[in-house]
Design a protein around this ligand. Structure first.
Ligand SMILES: Cc1cc2nc3c(=O)[nH]c(=O)nc-3n(C[C@H](O)[C@H](O)[C@H](O)COP(=O)(O)OP(=O)(O)OC[C@H]3O[C@@H](n4cnc5c(N)ncnc54)[C@H](O)[C@@H]3O)c2cc1C
Length: 531
């Protein structure tokens, strides 16, 4: 369906079962689960799919080693189970990755090793590989660029990694293939209430300014860190104010060349100088360093790192790598906002202690709000939301569990001809393989042999415009192809060519100037502000 057809569909005066506001991991996962169960579904996203937090993760499909330390075993077990489900249903976008924790103090190997054995135990049959104690030589074989001085050994364990934004697009496309109507650049502006009950939402097409009225039996607010805006709007109709649900905290990442940590193992620092966890993850041919956990009160769409966060990541990485990365080595710097759920009615504690578990709330008017959680558990979150909708009689009862074995677009068939062929690793640079079983469809488009940059062809831009909802240069170079997040200067240099192709495909302004300004800010850590 092209955009005109999507908007024509949106304008149909029908009452759908479910209207979802927000097109990140949470909203898109829910759209897929609901459509797969047979509900009629519409989802609107005010910007692009995954423009919010869902393109800014540390790229780990994980149980959460740090939650283990907090003793939250149920959360870890559920996430480990979901990890396996995701790896199975989207093998081109989510894969196992070995991690090594280097140990420089005598007690670290036995202490963390025991924890990681427990992690394996919790995974049970869903385990990806056994945790192993390594001596110093074996540790350096896995992490050749780790600091050798004082190294006593390490622990190797398995988790997963993924391409978050491409997974979001895959969810949107799979949901659409199951009958859901998913529309980006369409902002929910006003909830509709009828006789005290939420009955739909007014939204606005951000390209034309045209307003649409969406009626639905059940409305879900899946707007991530922004959920409180709609909750307050909803509460205003009943006259009883609501307390904020989200205590935002930002996490910064710095991307450097992979030769700072060659190989296919990620490095984890279990306890940084201020008690956090830091990762160095090989991803799409580069190395992602992060993250931080800094409370903030405002909710910008494009948060920038604080200079203290940049200094912290670089200095911690420098303690563990034989060659310390410097600010001028950073290819891209980006930040995500965590929708941490605030214990209602209490003061905000330090954000690292707030729960990552998701929360589902149903307001007196019937507005369903879901936030918190993590990317890894999006599918379990969708099931919980639908259970709540059914329990509150907002939706008729259906069979749950339908997405457990539902392969996403691009995954091909579990027993298809390509199933036995190993896929290139997600730690390697992207290419046609990133499209999984859609590769032949990409190759069939004009410009399949014309490269704009290594691995990126003209045909991929056309595919993004025709099949992946891309409208702007940013949509293409930030989320369909991840250059903005990997190398912002290279992304800027590609803007013009990508913009021309998109214009040819869509006929709308691809907003090149806006993208160039954004790329300039990702390319430098100098823009980092102090706090
Ligand atoms: C720094 C960091 C690192 C992380 N790393 C990991 C990790 O490695 N692994 C993992 O599993 N999880 C990770 N997470 C958690 C995970 O990324 C989030 O839990 C998840 O992306 C949240 O998705 P969401 O859909 O709830 O929110 P979002 O992705 O923010 O989506 C909400 C969407 O709602 C839209 N919206 C807002 N208002 C409106 C409106 N009025 N109308 C229409 N649309 C609207 C926004 O534009 C946005 O796209 C990380 C989080 C952070 C911050």
């Amino acid at each position: 369906m092209n955009r005109q057809q999507l908007l024509a569909e949106l304008a149909r005066p029908i009452v759908r079962d479910l209207a979802i506001i927000g097109g990140g991991a949470t909203g898109l996962g829910l759209a897929l689960d609901a459509a797969a169960r047979g509900y009629s579904v519409v989802l609107v996203e005010s910007h692009d799919f995954a423009k919010g937090t869902s393109s800014r993760a540390t790229k780990l499909v994980h149980g959460g080693v740090r939650y283990l330390a907090q003793g939250n075993l149920a959360l870890v077990r559920e996430a480990l189970h979901e990890r396996t489900t995701l790896l199975r249903n989207a093998p081109h976008l989510a894969q196992p990755l070995p991690f090594v924790m280097p140990a420089y103090r005598w007690w670290e190997r036995p202490f963390y090793g025991a924890g990681l054995k427990l992690y394996d135990g919790l995974a049970g049959a869903a385990g990806l590989g056994r945790a192993q104690w390594l001596n110093a030589r074996e540790t350096l074989a896995c992490l050749p660029a780790a600091r050798a001085q004082g190294l006593r050994g390490g622990i190797k364990y398995w988790d997963g990694q993924f391409d978050d934004a491409r997974l979001a697009i895959a969810l949107a496309r799979t949901a659409s293939a199951r009958g859901a109507l998913v529309v980006n650049y369409c902002a929910a502006s006003q909830l509709i209430h009828e006789e005290g009950r939420v009955a739909g939402v007014h939204c606005e097409d951000r390209e034309t300014g045209l307003r649409h009225t969406l009626k639905a039996r059940c409305v879900v607010n899946a707007t991530g860190v922004w959920v409180d805006a709609l909750r307050q709007q909803d509460a205003a109709t009943t006259g009883s104010p609501v307390a904020a649900l989200v205590a935002p905290s930002q996490g910064a990442h710095l991307v450097v060349d992979q030769d700072f940590l060659p190989g296919e193992h990620a490095l984890i620092v279990p306890r940084t100088s201020d008690g956090r966890v830091l990762f160095a993850v090989p991803w799409l041919g580069k190395l992602v360093l992060g993250t931080t956990d800094t409370p903030r009160r405002d909710l910008p769409l494009e948060p920038r790192p604080f200079s203290s966060e940049v200094d912290f990541i670089l200095s911690e990485a420098g303690r563990y790598l034989s060659r310390a990365p410097r600010a001028q080595d950073v290819r891209s710097a980006w930040v995500g906002l965590r929708p941490l759920v605030r214990p209602l009615g209490q003061e905000v504690p330090r954000t690292q202690r707030l729960s990552r578990e998701h929360t589902v709330l149903v307001s007196p008017s019937g507005l369903v709000t879901v936030t918190g959680g993590k990317w890894t558990t999006y599918r379990a979150m969708a099931e919980d939301v639908l259970d709540a909708c059914i329990e509150h009689r907002l939706l008729p009862s259906t069979l749950s569990g339908v997405t457990a074995d539902l392969r996403l677009v691009g995954a091909g068939l579990a027993d298809g001809p390509d199933a036995a062929r190993p896929l290139p690793r997600l730690s390697a640079p992207p290419g046609l393989h990133s499209y999984g079983s859609d590769g032949p469809a990409v190759l069939s488009l004009p410009g399949a042999a014309r490269e704009l940059a290594p691995g990126l062809t003209e045909a991929m831009v056309r595919f993004a415009a025709r099949h992946e909802y891309a409208r702007t240069v940013e949509d293409m170079l930030a989320r369909r192809w991840r250059t903005l997040f990997l190398d912002a200067r290279q992304a800027a240099s590609l803007g013009h060519a990508v913009g021309a192709l998109l214009y040819e495909e869509t006929g709308v302004d691809p907003r090149l100037a806006e993208f160039q300004a954004l790329a300039a800010s990702y390319a430098t850590t100098k823009s980092a502000t102090s706090r």
